[in-house]
Design a protein around this ligand. Structure first.
Ligand code: ZN
Ligand code: ZN
Length: 422
C-alpha cells in the first residue's frame, strides 16, 4: 500500500486563541470552516505548502475531540495518510492484526472517506486513513443535461485517467496547484474524460474519451478508471453509439480520440460509431500522422487511421458551422490546430473548450498546461475567450475536470471564479 501525508489534526479548545497564533501571528490563510456533523466537529484547514494543518473544534460535548481534550488536553491529535483504496487498506491492516477504531470507512471532511487506526497499534499516534471520493461523487451524476435554446447538451463521461500534476499545470508551482488538485503518491492528479453530446438538427458527440483498446501497462501508467465508461454514460442518457450522426474531434490526443475506434471480435480496429462521420481539422490530422519527439506519446495511430480506411472522415480547413447552431473555432496553443466547439441558439451560448482550459483550475490566465506546444497562443486564445464568455454569459464545459462538468465564469476584483451548473 502507498500512503501520503495529507494533514495533521490539532484539537483546539479555544479557537480565538488558536487563530491569534496561526492566522494573526503567523499570517497564515485559514480556509472556510467545514462542519462534519457526524463527528460534532468544525474543521479549519490551513494550507502550509504540502500537507495541511487542521484545527479541530468540537461542536458538542459528545464529540470525540471534546473527549480527547478533556482527557489529554488540546494539541496534536492525529495524522492523516491518504490512500487510494481505503477498503483495501483496512482489509490489509485487519489481516495483520492492527487494532482499528473504525472497521469500515465513514464520511469525513472535504467529501472524503475516512477511518481511524487505534494509537496502540501505531506507535502511540492516532492515524486517520483517507480516500478522496471524487469519482463516486461524479458517478452519481454521470450524464448531465443542459439546454441552450433549441440545442440539448448532454455531458457524458468515459471514466478517469491520471496525469502528472506538474505537466498539467506547467509553470504554476506545486504548492499552488496541489490545493486544487491533490496528487497521488506518483504525483498524478485525477482527470475526467467528458465528451459532450449535442442534439439539434443531428446528434453529435464532441470527443469520445479514451476508449477500450489499451493494455494493462498503459492502464497502470495513466491510472485508468473506466469502471463506468462512455457506453454506460450514453445508456444513462437513453442513447447508444448508433444514435450518433457526427463525431467532432477537438484534437487527436489519445484521451480525446481513443474512443473514436474500437477493436471488433476479430481484433480489427474499426470506427466505434457505426453510422457517424468524423469531423477532424486537417492541420491536426497532418500533425497527428507526422508526429515529432515532443508530441509522439500523445498520438496513437489506431485511434484515427482506421477512420481514413473506413472513408468516414470529413476534414475542415477553417472555422465553420458543423450543424445549425454549432461551429468549430481554432484555438491553437495546446496543439497547433486544436479547436473548440461553440454552441449558439436563441441568444444563448455554450462552449466546449477541451484542452484550452481542461479543468476549472485552468481558468486563470497563467494556469496553462506544460503539455501545450504553443503556450503563449493558449494564453492569447484563453484571454479572448474568457472576456467574451463573461460578457455573454457563456456556459463553459470543462472536459477534464473531475468534479465540475460545466459552469459560468465570473470575475470580481480581478479574481475569476466558476459557478457550477448541474
Ligand atoms: Zn490534448
Ligand atoms: Zn486532454
Amino acid at each position: 500500500m502507498k500512503a501520503i501525508l495529507d494533514h495533521i489534526g490539532i484539537a483546539v479548545k479555544d479557537l480565538p486563541a488558536a487563530l491569534a497564533f496561526y492566522r494573526d501571528a503567523l499570517g497564515l490563510e485559514i480556509e472556510a470552516p467545514e462542519e462534519v456533523a457526524s463527528q460534532h466537529v468544525r474543521a479549519h484547514f490551513i494550507p502550509v505548502g504540502g500537507p495541511k494543518l487542521e484545527l479541530l473544534e468540537p461542536t458538542a460535548p459528545e464529540s470525540a475531540i471534546a473527549k480527547s481534550i478533556e482527557k489529554r488536553g488540546p494539541g496534536l491529535h492525529h495524522i492523516t495518510l491518504r490512500v487510494d483504496d481505503i477498503g483495501a487498506a483496512l482489509d490489509q491492516l485487519k489481516a495483520r492484526g492492527v487494532r482499528l477504531v473504525d472497521d469500515r470507512p465513514r464520511p469525513g471532511a472535504e467529501g472524503a472517506l475516512v477511518a481511524f487506526v487505534h494509537p496502540s497499534s501505531a506507535a502511540g499516534v492516532l492515524v486517520e486513513l483517507k480516500q478522496l471520493v471524487v469519482r463516486q461523487a461524479h458517478h452519481e451524476r454521470v450524464a448531465g443535461r443542459y439546454t441552450i435554446g433549441d440545442l440539448e447538451l448532454i455531458s457524458v463521461c468515459d471514466g478517469f485517467i491520471r496525469l502528472d500534476g506538474g505537466s498539467m499545470f506547467g509553470t504554476v508551482p506545486k504548492p499552488l496547484w496541489e490545493r486544487k488538485a491533490p496528487p497521488d503518491d506518483r504525483n498524478r492528479i485525477t482527470l475526467a474524460m467528458r465528451p459532450l453530446v449535442v442534439r439539434g438538427a443531428r446528434t453529435m458527440i464532441i470527443d469520445a474519451g479514451l476508449g477500450g483498446k489499451d493494455d494493462a501497462k498503459f492502464h497502470d501508467i495513466y491510472g485508468v478508471d473506466r469502471s463506468r465508461s462512455l457506453d454506460d454514460s450514453l445508456a444513462a442518457a437513453g442513447l447508444s453509439r448508433d444514435d450518433i450522426d457526427l463525431v467532432v474531434a477537438t484534437h487527436l490526443h489519445f484521451d480525446h480520440a481513443g474512443g473514436f475506434t474500437m477493436r471488433d471480435a476479430t481484433g480489427r480496429v474499426r470506427p466505434a460509431f457505426p453510422r457517424a462521420q468524423y469531423v477532424v481539422r486537417r492541420g491536426e490530422w497532418e500533425d497527428a500522422t507526422h508526429p515529432h519527439a515532443r508530441n509522439r506519446a500523445s498520438y496513437i495511430a489506431d485511434n484515427y487511421l482506421p477512420l481514413m480506411e473506413a472513408g468516414v472522415l470529413l476534414f475542415v480547413d477553417e472555422d465553420q458551422t458543423i450543424m445549425p447552431g454549432v461551429s468549430v473555432r481554432r484555438t491553437g496553443g495546446h496543439t497547433r490546430h486544436h479547436q473548440m466547439v461553440v454552441m449558439e441558439s436563441q441568444g444563448r451560448s455554450a462552449a466546449f473548450v477541451a484542452d484550452m482550459m481542461p479543468t476549472t483550475a485552468h481558468v486563470p490566465d497563467a494556469w496553462i498546461m506544460g503539455y501545450d506546444l504553443y503556450p503563449v497562443d493558449t494564453l492569447t486564445a484563453k484571454q479572448r475567450f474568457v472576456a467574451d464568455a463573461i460578457a455573454r454569459g457563456t456556459l463553459v464545459f470543462f472536459e477534464h475536470d473531475p468534479n465540475i462538468a460545466a459552469g459560468y465564469i465570473r470575475e470580481a476584483n480581478g479574481k475569476r471564479t466558476i459557478q457550477p451548473v448541474s
